[in-house]
Design a protein around this ligand. Structure first.
Ligand SMILES: Cc1cc2nc3c(=O)[nH]c(=O)nc-3n(C[C@H](O)[C@H](O)[C@H](O)COP(=O)(O)O)c2cc1C
Length: 209
């Protein structure tokens, strides 16, 4: 993991660096490392009681905003809640209106139990914004994993927040700019489980001759 972190976060130590594309001779390890990183990632839903430092979060988020994006408009806004008590407060408000959710096994909070949550807002005036936000998220997820931090992409929790009138003040508190709306979230934390890989359907891939 350490080697991966060194390779993938070089852009985050200060100014972005422009690196030559890896060549076939010298950089085989980079390809293997990135492939291993991608293939070993799993969604995590059980976390240790261990905070992620702000320095580490900053590195992850800088990797996030270096994702490809339409016309470099960077049509995203990112809000981070790394205070577990506030995460719990939001969850409690939603669960109060959906009590069945709290009865699920191992339930801690609506963010698939994550102690830290990144909320991503999209620019509803730009038709490519959701693509930008998705790519941003994958950079965040893979960068986090390279540092041993587990993540879970979360569509359900933001939807529940929007559907729960009592959660409106918390969405307001995220403070997205005019035209931006909460799209999805990413839960993060140090993993306390090692889930098996879920199967993938390779028949979805077809070459067109
Ligand atoms: C758009 C999107 C929404 C998701 N929403 C949730 C969610 O609300 N709760 C959750 O626990 N996982 C959620 N996931 C995680 C998926 O369930 C998970 O990525 C998928 O089952 C594949 O498993 P893997 O990530 O371990 O490979 C979401 C993933 C994506 C991409």
């Amino acid at each position: 993991m350490f080697v991966v972190a060194m390779m993938l976060t070089s852009c985050t130590s200060g100014q972005n660096k422009t690196l030559a594309a890896p060549d076939d001779q010298g950089e085989t390890n980079l390809s293997e490392t990135v492939t291993e990183l991608i293939m070993s990632r799993r969604s995590i839903r059980q976390y240790k009681d261990q905070a992620i430092s702000r320095d580490t979060l900053d590195q992850i988020l800088k990797c996030g905003i270096n994702a490809p994006n339409g016309m470099n408009r960077q049509s995203w806004e990112i809000r981070v809640i790394d205070n577990p008590a506030l995460v719990q407060e939001i969850s409690d408000v939603v669960v109060a209106q959906n009590p069945k959710m709290g009865e699920r096994p191992n339930f801690k909070n609506i963010f698939s139990n994550a102690p830290c949550v990144i909320f991503i807002g999209w620019d509803s005036r730009y038709d490519m914004s959701q693509i930008d936000c998705g790519l941003l998220g994958e950079n965040i997820i893979l960068s986090a994993w390279s540092m041993g931090i587990g993540t879970c992409c979360l569509g359900g929790a933001p939807r529940m927040m929007k559907d729960t009138p009592a959660a409106a003040p918390y969405i307001e508190r995220l403070g997205f700019s005019e035209g931006f709306e909460l799209l999805y979230a990413i839960g993060l934390g140090y993993p306390d489980e090692t889930p098996d890989a879920k199967p993938r359907d390779e028949s979805k891939i077809k070459y067109v001759e």
